[in-house]
Ligand binder design. Structure first.
Ligand code: PLP
Length: 415
């Protein structure tokens, strides 16, 4: 039986046509050189930069290729804070970030808070559906705020934040002094993204778009460029990121991105249909409810499936179309265990991830679900399914069978 790969928010698989591009971009020489084949690579990279900017409706921004979004996030966060620190010589520096950011942002901030005594950090939590509210976020901005960070799509819950509204609210409180950044890794190429002028910097990773791992970019507004600085000194990428560019990876990523963008509308419709199919198939065999309805219910059923989202589940402006987090919530015996469910699914060749490992597992609850203040009984049973344009109805049906089979087994054991 084929592997049903339903972990596309972690990484995606490269189709044959994309793999073939790797050989095409090999052996062209150093992209900084002056011979014809190297110039061809440079031209490809410049074409890709223009493609990326069109892909997020960004005017007056530059693209800096990096080794992925982790590097792009670190480059922006560390660069902005270091610059501001030099400018403000000892005065308080403040950063506002959403509490649901990717670890590449939160861990960079942790390091900096430990290293810089004058640095203060405020983390803003999401609402019950996992979204960051613009007013809550902007309220945290102070006179000393130099950096504000809010991601577009969350990789665990799929919640999509209105980053332009958030950036406008931040500007309203902090003016142009605040560098506003948005991690657009999970939305770029999946739903429309428009970087308006209020957003100064963004990060992208191409292995989420059927490209190779180890290739990403920072997208920085030209007028804010000087604020970013560099992690790696060198002459490449206009001095913003030293090191010979990964031309093979960049050329391959370009081919992958072209395919993904050409199919974006069709993929969204396909994923929404599959998400609807999963919910319908689950509902036919077990009680299924949204988080808000579960929380609001006075009496809890012994076993039910809770979709970790609000009623906007099928709206791609509210949740990534291909992401579905569902939790087995059991109110008899011990809570359900999602790591067991994941392992049973894996034995049936269905690959998913745990939203937040159950209490009995060494992996622990995720910072995203904790920030949503989910009851631990919901976190313990949470499984994330993340699809792509190649996901099939049969794969979704196999997920539903394996998921419900193990949920019911755990329930029967408790009775
Ligand atoms: N940001 C988000 C939202 C992600 O999902 C990921 C991927 O894990 C990253 C950043 C890091 O990307 P990369 O793997 O390219 O370093």
């Amino acid at each position: 039986m084929n592997v049903a790969y339903l972990d596309n928010n972690a990484t995606t698989l490269m189709p044959e046509a994309v793999v073939a591009e790797m050989a095409r971009w090999a052996n062209h020489g150093n992209p900084s050189a002056n011979y014809a084949s190297a110039k061809g690579v440079r031209a490809m990279m410049d074409e890709f930069r223009a493609f990326i900017l069109r892909g997020c409706a960004a005017r007056d921004y530059d693209v800096i290729f990096t080794s992925g979004a982790t590097e792009a996030n670190n480059m922006i966060v560390r660069g902005v804070i270091e610059r501001a620190r030099r400018r403000m010589s000892g005065a308080e520096l403040h950063v506002v970030a959403s509490a649901i950011e990717h670890k590449s942002i939160l861990l960079a901030l942790d390091d900096l808070v430990r290293a810089i005594p004058e640095l203060r950090l405020t983390l803003v939590g999401p609402d019950a559906g996992g979204h960051i509210r613009a007013q809550d976020f902007a309220r945290a901005v102070r006179a000393s705020t130099v950096l504000a960070i809010c991601m577009h799509g969350n990789n665990e819950t799929g919640a999509v934040n209105d980053i332009n509204a958030i950036a406008r609210a931040v500007r309203g409180r902090g003016g142009t002094r605040v560098f506003m950044m948005a991690d657009i890794v999970q939305t770029f190429g999946k739903i429309p993204v428009a970087l308006r002028g209020e957003i100064d910097g963004a990060s992208v990773s191409f292995h989420k778009l059927h490209g190779p791992p180890g290739v990403g970019c920072a997208i920085v507004r030209r007028a804010a460029f000087a604020g970013v600085g560099t992690l790696l000194s060198g002459t490449q990428e206009g001095g913003a990121r030293g090191g010979t560019e990964n031309a093979i990876g960049i050329g391959t990523a370009f081919a992958a991105a072209r395919l993904v963008f050409a199919q974006m509308t069709a993929t969204t419709a396909h994923e929404l249909a599959l998400k609807g199919r999963a919910i319908a198939a689950l509902s036919a065999r077990a009680p299924v409810t949204t988080l808000a309805d579960y929380m609001g219910a006075r009496t809890k059923l012994e076993l039910q499936i809770v979709a970790v989202c609000d009623r906007g589940m099928m709206d791609p402006a509210r949740y990534l179309p291909g992401t579905l987090m569902v939790s087995v919530v059991k109110h008899i015996g011990p809570p359900a265990c999602n790591t067991l469910i994941r392992d049973v699914l894996e034995r049936a060749r269905v690959i998913v991830s745990v939203g937040s490992a159950c209490n009995t597992s060494a992996e622990g609850h995720s910072h995203v679900l904790r920030a949503m203040n989910l009851p631990s009984v919901v976190m313990d049973g949470a499984i994330r399914v993340s699809m792509c344009g190649y996901t099939t109805a049969d794969e979704i049906d196999r997920f539903v069978d394996g998921f419900l089979g193990e949920a019911q087994r755990q329930y029967r054991t408790a009775k």
